[in-house]
Design a protein around this ligand. Structure first.
Ligand SMILES: [Zn+2]
Length: 57
């Protein structure tokens, strides 16, 4: 399993995600970013930051 804490990229956000693959997590993050951060699309540099912050659980 891999996990990602949104707070690593967006300070103050307590949302956490787990998934089997980076892509699965990125899908969840895209939904969360749209719903909670007002990002209709996740910019490439944010995707990079998310990938860098994903850790093995
Ligand atoms: Zn967040």
């Amino acid at each position: 399993m891999k996990q990602f804490a949104c707070g690593d990229v967006v300070p103050g956000c307590g949302q956490r995600f787990t998934g089997d693959t980076e892509d699965e997590i990125l899908g969840q993050v895209a939904d969360h970013a749209a719903a909670d951060h007002g990002l209709a699309e996740v910019p490439a540099d944010v995707v990079e930051a998310v990938r860098a912050a994903i850790v093995e659980a």
